[in-house]
Write a new protein. Structure first.
Length: 101
């Protein structure tokens, strides 16, 4: 996907759970190939997000060893016709700072 009909859409997530949900939305609702979706730390530090979620969040307390060092960035390479739908999927999953280029 290297021609002008493709854009990269990305967003930031506070939790790994929300980032994973976004990936599922992109695959299932937008029919974007999993190979065109990328998940990475929002900065140089390894992170599971900025807030506990999933296995890091217990009902009675919060794990103190979860690497909560920053946000998680999810990006996807999509054709121009999918940009709006992908941005909507990101927002439905709890993203902020949704952008496309």
């Amino acid at each position: 996907m290297a021609d002008g009909s493709v854009k990269t859409v990305w967003a930031m997530f506070a939790t790994r759970e929300a980032a994973d949900r976004a990936v599922e939305y992109l695959v299932q609702q937008c029919a974007i190939a999993r190979a065109d979706i990328f998940v990475q730390a929002g900065d140089a530090d390894n992170t599971a997000g900025t807030a506990p979620s999933g296995g890091d969040a217990r009902r009675d307390d919060v794990r103190l060893d979860a690497p909560l060092h920053g946000e998680i960035k999810v990006s996807a390479d999509v054709v121009n016709e999918q940009v709006i739908k992908a941005e909507q999927a990101f927002r439905e999953a709890g993203a902020h700072n949704v952008m496309a280029r």
